[in-house]
Design a protein around this ligand. Structure first.
Ligand SMILES: *Cc1c(COP(=O)(O)O)cnc(C)c1O
Length: 356
C-alpha cells in the first residue's frame, strides 16, 4: 500500500462547459499523481499535487535515449453517477511487463492501481457526464538521470495525468480506410513492439503521416521480417472475420497485448465464435476480400473500443469490406463493451472496478 500524500489545488480550473467539444487529451484535470525512484531507495514520496510542469535539465536521459513507458485507460461515469474503471489490473500488469523490457524498476501492480484510483477519486468531478465521454488516464514513467552516457538510469519519475475526453464517435461508429504499410515496419522480434513505449510511436509517425496524405485513417503494420503477416494498426490491435471465424495476430513479442483485444476475444468465444490467434497473411486476407469472404474487419483499443474498417489497400489494390457498412459483430462488440464500461449492462465478466 502506498501512503499517498494529497495536496489539493487552491486554484481549481474551470471545467469544460460543453462536453461535446472536449476532443481527446487536450484539457487536463486539476491534479496529477507523482512518485520518484532512486536506486537503493526504491519508489518514494507518492503524492497527488496540483497539475503542473516539470523542471528538467536538458541533459536528462529520457530526452536523448527515450527510456520511458506509458499506459492508457479510462474512468467512466455510470448513469447513476458512479465512477468506474475497466480491468485496471490488466493495465497495471502490462505496465510491469513493459518496465521489465525497458530496464525500468517495476511499479507493483497493486500500487499502480491504487495510484490510478486515488487520482480519479480526487478529480472525480472531472469525469464527464455525457454519453460516450470519459476521463482518459495516462500513467507514464521516465528516466531522470542527468548526463549523456547511455545507461540504465538510477532515477525515475512515475506520473499519472487525466484528461476529460469526448465521445470517440460523436456521430456514431465511423468505418475507416486503412493503408497496408509495405515499406516501414513498427516492430520486429526482440524489439519493443509488445510494450507501450514512446519509441514505437516515434518510429511510426512518418508512415502514418504519409498514409494520411493519401486519405487513409490508419496504417496496418505487417510483420517486420517478411512483411507478409498482419500485426496491428496504429494504436490498435486488429481483427478479421473471415467465413465466420475471427482471426487476429498472436501476441508473441511484436504485437501490443491490448486489454480491448483480450476482452473481445473472451466475448467472441463466449458467443460461440472460433477465434484464431496466429499468423495471418495479408495476401490471404486480400483473397478473402476478392472472394467475398472477408465479412468484417475492425481495430480494437481503449480510445475507440472498436473501429470498423471499410477498405484495405495493399500494394495498390483495394478490397471493400461489408459494403462499406458496420458489420453486425463489430456493432455488437461495441454495444456490449461500452454497455459494460458505462454500467448500462451487467458486469457479468467481473471487469469493472468501482472508484467510489
Ligand atoms: C495501446 C495500444 C493498443 C491497444 O491496447 P488497449 O489496451 O486495448 O487500449 C494496441 N496497439 C498499440 C500499439 C497500442 O499502443
Amino acid at each position: 500500500m502506498l501512503d499517498i500524500k494529497i495536496t489539493k489545488t487552491t486554484h481549481p480550473k474551470q471545467k469544460p462547459a460543453d462536453e461535446t467539444k472536449l476532443g481527446f487529451g487536450k484539457k487536463f484535470s486539476d491534479h496529477m499523481f507523482v512518485m520518484n525512484y532512486t536506486e537503493g531507495k526504491g519508489w518514494f514520496d507518492p503524492r497527488i499535487v496540483p497539475y503542473g510542469s516539470f523542471e528538467m535539465d536538458p541533459a536528462t536521459v529520457v530526452f536523448h535515449y527515450a527510456q520511458e513507458l506509458f499506459e492508457g485507460m479510462k474512468a467512466y461515469r455510470t448513469a447513476d453517477g458512479h465512477v468506474q474503471l475497466f480491468r485496471p489490473d490488466c493495465n497495471a500488469h502490462r505496465f510491469m511487463d513493459g518496465c521489465d523490457r525497458m530496464g525500468i524498476p517495476p511499479i507493483p501492480a497493486e500500487d499502480f492501481e491504487q495510484a490510478v484510483k486515488a487520482l480519479v477519486k480526487v478529480d472525480e468531478d472531472w469525469v464527464p457526464h455525457s454519453d460516450g465521454a470519459s476521463l482518459y488516464i495516462r500513467p507514464f514513467v521516465f528516466a531522470t538521470d542527468v548526463g549523456l552516457g547511455v545507461h540504465s538510469s538510477k532515477n525515475y519519475t512515475f506520473c499519472i495525468i487525466a484528461a476529460p475526453s469526448g465521445a470517440y464517435y460523436a456521430e456514431g461508429l465511423n468505418p475507416v480506410k486503412i493503408y497496408v504499410e509495405d515499406d516501414y515496419i513498427r516492430a520486429a522480434p526482440g524489439l519493443t513492439g509488445a510494450v507501450k513505449c514512446g519509441g514505437n510511436y516515434a518510429a511510426s509517425i512518418k508512415a502514418g503521416e504519409l498514409a494520411a496524405k493519401k486519405g487513409y485513417a490508419q496504417v496496418l503494420w505487417l510483420d517486420g521480417v517478411e512483411k507478409k503477416y498482419v500485426e496491428e494498426v496504429g494504436s490498435m490491435n486488429i481483427m478479421f472475420k473471415i467465413d465466420g471465424k475471427i482471426y487476429t495476430a498472436a501476441c508473441v513479442g511484436t504485437v501490443l497485448p491490448g486489454v480491448t483485444r483480450r476482452s473481445i476475444i473472451e466475448l467472441c468465444k463466449d458467443w460461440g465464435y472460433e477465434v484464431i490467434e496466429g499468423k495471418l497473411a495479408i495476401a490471404d486476407i486480400m483473397q478473402a476480400g476478392r472472394d467475398g469472404k472477408l465479412e468484417e474487419v475492425f481495430g480494437t483499443g481503449t480510445a475507440a473500443v472498436v473501429s470498423p474498417v471499410k477498405e484495405l489497400t495493399w500494394k495498390g489494390e483495394s478490397v471493400e469490406i461489408s459494403g462499406g457498412k458496420i458489420g453486425p459483430l463489430t456493432q455488437k462488440l461495441y454495444d456490449t463493451l461500452t454497455g459494460i464500461q458505462w454500467g448500462k449492462l451487467p458486469d457479468t465478466k467481473n471487469w469493472i472496478v468501482k472508484v467510489d
